[in-house]
Design a protein around this ligand. Structure first.
Ligand code: UD1
Length: 336
């Protein structure tokens, strides 16, 4: 029996592949390398000393998905495939809806055909829009997403709720990620944004490495302790371990629809991140204060209590680990 990982060569998928293999699970990865590289597969093998099957294909291709399901005993699917660039989603909404929603629907259709019931979905804190209450619990209202990328996450959550309502023997877990950062401690796998990064941590590491001249801090007039935006940054290895725990929960319950926040519960501002990066790595991060970025909110951090109580999961790595591992990865990847 194997766990199918569409998008398993990507940032979060590859770290989860490592944790699944380390916990003794068999996996099958499918990826079309739209936003990842083939070398990642061998790096996963190198880190874990374990092998797995791989299919190069589009996860929305039902015929090929059926082939994967008929050639392997798939007991669960963890869907990491999908586009994730917020700005691009505003310019290319149709592409985002087609790929993210179409791909997910194709997987659910083929799962149904093959009687596969367990599904873990990579959702995002973005489904909470501008949260009315923080820290954010899973019971907080969702909606009010500010871009098509976020709306694909919201719509897929609704699709999963409808699928579960139609078939209560399904075993579904929705994981709402806060802000994933960091990299595997081996320095072999990490985040590889294409072009100039939009997200904070990849930008900081490129300024520290001299690849980009300076960081623009998007606004210092928010209602936060230092005026800059506050987020819940979570180490990608902690996030990956959350998936292993979610799978154990589905194994135990055997049916149900569960929703968990995966965050640390602590918010850090943009300037906190700059200072933490400098003190963890000894590298300077030049920055300037710039206007607010459209669609940004002041503060967003999780109440992670439900995941602790029901999954027995807590984020263990701290900000220093996140900064050091991000820095280690970019230094390594430049040598490779
Ligand atoms: C964004 C997306 C979210 C997505 C996540 C992926 C929105 C509203 N949210 O989250 O849907 O799941 O990325 O990780 O777009 N910042 C700077 N300078 C920069 C980059 C960022 O000051 O060059 C600030 C931002 O204003 C924000 C914080 O850093 O306060 C974090 O930004 P970012 O890493 O882009 O994540 P989010 O916007 O929280």
């Amino acid at each position: 029996m194997a766990i199918l990982l569409p998008g398993g060569a990507g940032y979060i998928g590859s770290h989860t592949a490592v944790e699944l293999l380390n916990s003794g699970r068999d996996i099958v990865i499918i990826d079309n390398f739209a936003n990842s590289k083939p070398e990642v597969l061998d790096k996963i093998r190198k880190i874990t000393g374990k092998d797995f099957k791989f299919y190069e294909m589009d996860y929305a291709n039902e015929k090929e998905l059926e082939k994967v399901f008929s050639e392997n005993k798939i007991e669960a699917v963890m869907n990491f495939a999908g586009y994730k660039a917020v700005g691009e989603s505003v310019k290319e909404p149709i592409m985002y809806y087609q790929n993210n929603i179409g791909g997910c629907v194709a997987i659910l259709k083929v799962m149904k055909k093959f009687g596969c019931k367990k599904f873990i979905f990579s959702s995002s804190a973005t489904v909470y829009g501008d949260p009315k209450v923080i820290p954010i619990t899973e019971e907080c209202e969702i909606g009010g997403t500010t871009n098509p990328y976020g709306t694909t996450k919201l719509f897929i959550e609704q699709i999963l709720k409808d699928v579960y309502a139609s078939d209560n023997s399904m075993d579904i877990c929705i994981l709402r990620y806060f802000n994933p950062v960091g990299a595997h401690s081996s320095g072999l796998i990490g985040e590889e944004p294409q072009g100039i990064p939009n997200n904070l941590m990849p930008y900081i590491v490129r300024v520290a490495a001299g690849i980009l001249p300076e960081l623009s801090v998007f606004g210092n007039d928010y209602n936060t302790p230092d005026g800059t935006g506050v987020r819940d940054y979570i180490h990608v290895v902690d996030l990956a371990k959350g998936h292993v725990k979610a799978l154990e929960k589905l194994d135990k319950e055997n049916k149900g629809l569960y929703i968990y926040n995966l965050g640390t519960g602590t918010g850090y501002s943009v300037l906190d991140m700059v200072k933490a990066f400098e003190s963890s790595t000894g590298k300077e991060v030049k920055y300037k204060i710039a206007p607010r970025r459209a669609g940004d909110i002041a503060s967003c951090y999780a109440d992670p209590k439900k995941a602790k109580e029901e999954l027995g999961w807590v984020a263990e790595k701290n900000l220093e680990d996140m900064c050091k591992d991000s820095w280690n990865y970019i230094q390594n990847s430049q040598k490779m």
